[in-house]
Write a protein that binds this ligand. Structure first.
Ligand code: BES
Ligand code: MN
Ligand code: ZN
Length: 503
């Protein structure tokens, strides 16, 4: 059996084009048209006229009114060059950038489920130029599949190979550039998803580090790898402690994007990359361990983000710190009661070996601070408590100032991703006091996401800082919005949007 390696993906082969063409004269396995609630009857009538048939039954059956996300799938029986037409509702038609992305993702997802090889999407009324980027992103995100390990009968015989965005009038160079950028951004998110979905026997810390290096090379970014020896030499004792119970050695990667012009700002993104979190000696129950191959989602987000940044080329110096380790029980594993120093200098008493993420992050944050950035943003599948607080589809975030929090919250909103601010409650700091070291790394069960954030804050010094707890939305049990079942890449688009507001 000859399987592709970690990070190799069939999602890079989708051909995405743009053309000035009349939708009803366009050949495709599936043609997707949008309509508003007001324009729904007219859109139906236009298809009836073109096909010479009646859609009365079908419209009544689906109660199709052009409401947001409502869809009507129509076989054209050879009456149109397209084999199927789908009408997708846009509601009042006031589509945001994120709304365009969801629309295009719905179209692509429909194409995949209908086994279409070719898809044509008519750009909604008035959408052209820069905003075509979001349609392109949506197509790539909606068409996402993870099929590395599917063989024989389980391999799809018909895959979506080409998608075309249809424009009225002429296609300008700006239109083309927007589609190219959107495709690159969409593909960057699929890199993240592939890494999330890769199994932990293959995606070891070294393999995740290699994947980060590969992305850096492809995009001509600088990458420095820290293996265990180098991590030890640097003094990253907490990071090494987490990884010492696994035969798969810890690694860190530092990727750098330097803008062509002088940078307006320097920002460091940090990601938790636990390729598997068994809990260590404080081992998790089987039920809680099942999803822990995606405990590297924060790191995967940073890898994908760096690819997107390379495509976007903002006037900001961007650093990505990818902290990779595996948390295993073993004779060499770290234990409750252990005390370790850290890159920052503070000593930490280990309480629960399952609170490993904050230890890896603590050293990565101290490393990030030494780069003297204007801002540090970390993201991690850090606490189950965050899922209890906000549910499965919303991330928590913490910020060191209200201004920063507002800026980040708007970026998330514009990106169409759910993030909700949680407070850094000072009085909970008491629970991190240790009798034998400067700090304990866990507090009480109550407020678990907050005490984790307060612990991390000890390592960022006075640098403005945002911490995102993505434990819930990084993985999904179903497809929704732009997200597939499995690894979602939730966060990448928000971080990218946030960067754009800084540039
Ligand atoms: N990776 C987990 C957090 C997690 C849980 C992510 C469920 C996604 C889904 C983290 O390392 C962890 O185990 N956290 C503990 C902390 C506790 C021991 C203080 C938790 O949340 O239970
Ligand atoms: Mn854990
Ligand atoms: Zn973890």
């Amino acid at each position: 059996m000859n399987l592709p390696g970690p990070g190799d993906s069939s999602n890079m082969s989708l051909k995405l084009q743009i053309a000035a063409s009349d939708p009803l004269k366009t050949e495709a396995d599936l043609l997707v048209l949008s309509c508003t609630e007001k324009g729904s009857a007219a859109a139906v009538a236009a298809i009836e006229k073109a096909t010479g048939g009646s859609l009365k039954e079908l419209v009544a059956r689906d109660d199709f009114k052009g409401k947001k996300d409502q869809r009507l799938l129509i076989p054209t029986m050879g009456k149109l060059p397209a084999a199927h037409v789908a009408l997708v509702g846009l509601g009042d038609g006031k589509t945001t950038d994120a709304g365009l992305r969801v629309f295009a993702a719905a179209a692509a997802r429909l194409a995949v489920s209908e086994k279409a090889r070719t898809l044509a999407i008519a750009a909604p009324e008035g959408v052209g130029g820069e905003r075509l980027r979001f349609l392109a992103e949506g197509v790539v995100l909606g068409a996402y599949r993870y099929d590395r390990f599917l063989t024989g009968e389980r391999r799809a015989k018909r895959v979506l190979g080409a998608a075309t965005l249809l424009l009225k009038g002429k296609v300008s160079p700006a239109d083309k550039a927007a589609v190219t950028l959107g495709q690159a951004v969409g593909q960057a998110v699929t890199v993240t998803r592939d890494l999330q979905n890769d199994p932990p026997n293959e995606l070891t810390p070294a393999a995740l580090a290699q994947a980060a290096v590969k992305v850096a090379k492809e995009h001509k970014l600088k990458a420095e790898v820290f293996d265990r020896k180098k991590l030890e030499a640097a003094g990253m004792k907490l990071f090494v402690a987490v990884g010492q119970g696994s035969v798969n050695q810890p690694h860190m990667v530092h990727v750098t994007y330097a803008p062509p012009k002088k940078a307006k700002k320097k920002i460091v993104f940090v990601g938790k990359g636990l390729t598997f979190d068994s809990g260590g000696l404080c081992i998790k129950p089987a039920q809680g361990m099942g999803d822990m191959k995606t405990d590297m989602s924060g790191a995967a987000n940073v890898v994908g983000l760096m690819a997107a940044v390379a495509a976007l080329r903002p006037d900001v110096e961007v650093h990505g710190i990818i902290g990779c380790a595996e948390n295993m029980p073993d004779g060499a594993a770290y234990r409750p009661g252990d005390v370790f120093g850290s890159l920052d200098g503070k000593t930490v008493e280990i309480i629960n070996t399952d609170a490993e993420g904050r230890l890896v992050l603590a050293d990565c944050l101290a490393y990030a601070r030494n780069l003297k950035p204007d801002l540090i943003l970390d993201n991690a599948t850090l606490t189950g408590a965050c899922i209890i607080a906000l549910g499965n589809n919303c991330s928590g975030f913490f910020a060191t100032s209200d201004e920063l929090a507002e800026q980040f919250a708007s970026a998330a909103k514009e990106a169409g991703e759910q993030f909700w601010r949680l407070p850094l409650l000072e009085d909970l700091k008491d629970s991190l006091k240790s009798d034998v070291a400067d700090l304990k790394h866990t507090g009480d069960r109550a407020g678990g996401s907050i005490t984790a954030a307060l612990f991390l804050r000890e390592f960022v010094g006075s640098v403005p800082w945002i911490h995102c707890d993505i434990a819930g939305p990084s993985l999904s049990t179903r497809a929704y919005n732009i997200y597939p079942k499995g690894g979602t890449g939730h966060g990448v688009l928000t971080f990218l949007r946030f960067l754009e507001t800084l540039a």
